[in-house]
Design a protein around this ligand. Sequence first.
Ligand code: RBV
Length: 419
Amino acid sequence: MTQNYKVADIGLAEQGKMKIEWAEARMPVLMTLRQQFEQTQPLKGQRIAGCLHVTKETAVLIRTLIAAGAEVAWSGCNPLSTNDEIAAALAADGVQIYAWHGLNRDEYYWCIDKTLEFQPTLTLDDGADLITRVHTTHQHLIPTIVGGTEETTTGVHRLRSMAAAGKLKYPVLAINDAETKWDFDNVYGTGQSTLDGILRATSVLLAGKNVVVAGYGHCGKGVAMRAKGMGAHVAATEIKPTAALKAVLEGVQVLDMDRAARWGDVFITATGVKDVIVGRHFDAMRDGAIVCNTGHYDCEINLGELQQRAQSKRTIRDNCDEYVMSDGRRIYVLGDGRLVNLACAEGHPSEVMDMSFANQFLGMVLMAEQGRKLQGGVYDVPKELDQRIAATKLSTLGITIDQLTPAQVEYSNSYLEGT
Ligand code: RBV
């Protein structure tokens, strides 16, 4: 029998299974959906190709998709985010998975292409690399794909550009834009896990440090909030006037990067744009500066320009490279400038991924049922689905909320009531 997986070490499966069990106990919404849809099998007959970080939380999503009837083939969506124990556990359970930590660019696309050999009917993306691959090298698959989903801000942005150019050939749900995704995952998930990654890679004291957050979107805001909570002085850099103003009114000083480069001890990029920190910024940084990225792609920090300036480079701790400049200053780069929360820690906590992946799961069900009727393009997650996920999360937390009385409904719909 040919092996339908490629992972680092299948012998790690038992550790992986325990980690998945740990996550399952913290993802009650997804587990509720699993129980519900095991009966009705809405994904029966669907072949799902997924390209999303291979973490314990993703494993819970994969198990839920399978429980609802789908066949699944999976690859990671970042060379450094695969947890090898989880990949082994999934392979041991019979999932077609092609993912290992530290793969190179060619191997990365080889893994994605393996999942496309499986001729998916649905695609599930984080960063849109899989959809892009379908639309460039595997266009023959488009007629049999009914729809897709996209997890993250950067991916949704790419897909909207593709759709505007008339190039997106099947419907894709923008999971990122669901309120139960961006308002929680991007803020609290990124906030905590980014600091978790920095601390695991460096173990520095954050209290009293000058922390520069590049980009004050939902992710940057979450990181800034948590860094402040740890006692750091926080500054943000921005290109969007309204975002910069929000930072100011939330007590975060705003600097341009040239000034921030001189001021900061720790730099975290969260912009989704390339070349946010470049050579002249490295020239201005103080000795011991720590630089990392929490945006989807690794282009935010221009490591080529750092490399050119550096006299030497060594890995001084796990996931922490020391670059020594010609004047003796040392600059530390974490996780090769890739998503620091996934490269250096475990990604977002299970409790928050519970809601993101409930959206992914229900998004897949929706696309299986309705994708055929939709044109190519980017679609929003229906509002009622968002509220349903939030309501389930609340009930699993044992929290009850009020309901409008008929009189209150009438009041809120009336335009005649005044003082
Ligand atoms: N992300 N997934 C995890 N633990 O599985 N952590 C973070 C996990 C996702 C998150 O939803 C974000 O939008 C995306 O990674 C960025 O690639």
